[in-house]
Design a protein around this ligand. Structure first.
Ligand code: ZN
Length: 105
């Protein structure tokens, strides 16, 4: 067992992640901290051996934030539409997570 590893209920992490993502706008001085926390949580929640590409911004956005902390800008369609099965940065299997329309409006 790794040092500094704790076991947390997955639901707890999901709630924290959702809360952090909803905190927008966030004080600019703390924005990096929020960003890092969101990335760490997404990475922790990801299935082993996969890389999750989260659509960034709104449901029309072509920008995806990857679990391995890169950004990728697709001109057209989703990673799935573009037959992307593997992350081009870390080589793991690509899972996409799209923003659902009309949630906030
Ligand atoms: Zn990756």
């Amino acid at each position: 067992m790794l040092k500094d590893t704790v076991q947390v209920n997955r639901d707890v992490l999901v709630h924290v992640l959702e809360a952090l993502e909803a905190m927008n706008p966030y004080p600019a001085s703390k924005e990096d901290q929020r960003f890092n926390a969101i990335h760490a949580l997404r990475a922790a929640l990801a299935e082993p051996g996969t890389c999750t590409w989260c659509q960034d911004g709104d449901s029309d956005s072509g920008v995806y934030a990857t679990s391995c902390r890169h950004y990728f800008d697709l001109n057209d369609g989703t990673p799935e539409d573009n037959k992307m099965q593997w992350c081009c940065y870390c080589g793991k299997r690509l899972m996409q997570e799209l923003i659902t329309e009309g949630e906030d409006e």
